[in-house]
Design a protein around this ligand. Structure first.
Ligand code: 5GP
Ligand code: ZN
Length: 138
């Protein structure tokens, strides 16, 4: 637990939230500034900064809950599609430093733009990059 963390305060019930799911390890609630109505956040109840700090089993469990939430958004709200997104660290746009996964209902013409890749690999760069990353995984 982190005394100053806004999501820890939500877990402890010190500030209100619109909860949609809860179990012993995770909590899902509505984002206060939604991209679309129903935009939800899935968080671990324990304080971890980002995906790199969350234990592997717990990330797996969070993804199960993301799927439950996603399916529920799909059937209960105007929702033709869902974006699942996680911002990790400031450079990636993380603002609240308690790990969380966004589950965002989408509908055609909602005007929410995704990023589109524009960069190009130089010759052999893709192979070099994949080798570097795969070595780091091994
Ligand atoms: P991030 O950029 O860190 O991935 O997103 C943090 C999200 O948390 C934002 O979409 C923001 O609207 C949401 N948020 C921040 N403070 C609160 C809060 O007090 N309650 C709720 N429900 N959502 C919050
Ligand atoms: Zn926290």
């Amino acid at each position: 637990m982190d005394n100053n963390c806004i999501f820890c305060k939500i877990v402890r019930g010190e500030i209100p939230s619109a909860k949609i799911y809860e179990d012993d390890k995770t909590l899902a609630f509505l984002d206060i500034v939604p991209v679309n109505i129903g935009h939800a956040l899935v968080i671990p109840k324990e304080h971890f900064k980002d995906i790199h700090e969350v234990p592997e089993d717990l990330v797996g469990h969070m993804m199960k809950i993301v799927k439950k939430v996603s399916s529920a958004l799909r059937t209960s709200l105007p929702c033709d599609g869902v974006n699942v997104n996680m911002n990790n660290e400031g450079a990636a746009g993380q603002v609240v430093f308690h790990a969380h996964i966004h589950v965002i209902p989408r509908h055609a013409g909602d005007g929410f733009e995704l990023w589109h890749g524009k960069r190009k690999y130089q010759e052999n760069e893709m192979q070099k990059v994949s080798r570097k990353v795969s070595l780091a995984i091994a």
